[in-house]
Design a binder for this molecule. Sequence first.
Ligand code: FES
Length: 143
Amino acid sequence: MSFNNLDQLYRQVIMDHYKHPRNYGELDDDVVTINMNNPTCGDRIQLTLKVEDDKVSDVKFSGEGCSISLASASMMTEAIKGLSVADALKMSGLFSDMIQGKEYADDELNFGDIEALQGVSKFPARIKCATLAWKAMEEGLQE
Ligand code: FES
């Protein structure tokens, strides 16, 4: 696949998550709730996480933000649901490397759609958008 086609495919994946966010909403009962905002634009996200037996058994998000931040939140919730807390945090570390344009190895943990956000590393101003939901997840799981 040529670079342009791949770029276009990635754009479509991002827009699909933005327009049809997965796991959008709020969980109730026994959940960890984290509110976080992007200080540069004021956009905000709320994440509710349910952890059972050291696993992320359910997760939902809501909030307002740009296409990158909401698509990233949607992808993150899909990726971590069912993972152990340790693996979810590990994935967050890998995501942070990817988004900063560093080498990363996702062979153990499948990134799936998340790779569509790779190109954000070329736009430093948008990195905070992409990491917002991940930072919220890290905070929630480290509690
Ligand atoms: Fe606000 Fe992206 S511009 S989160």
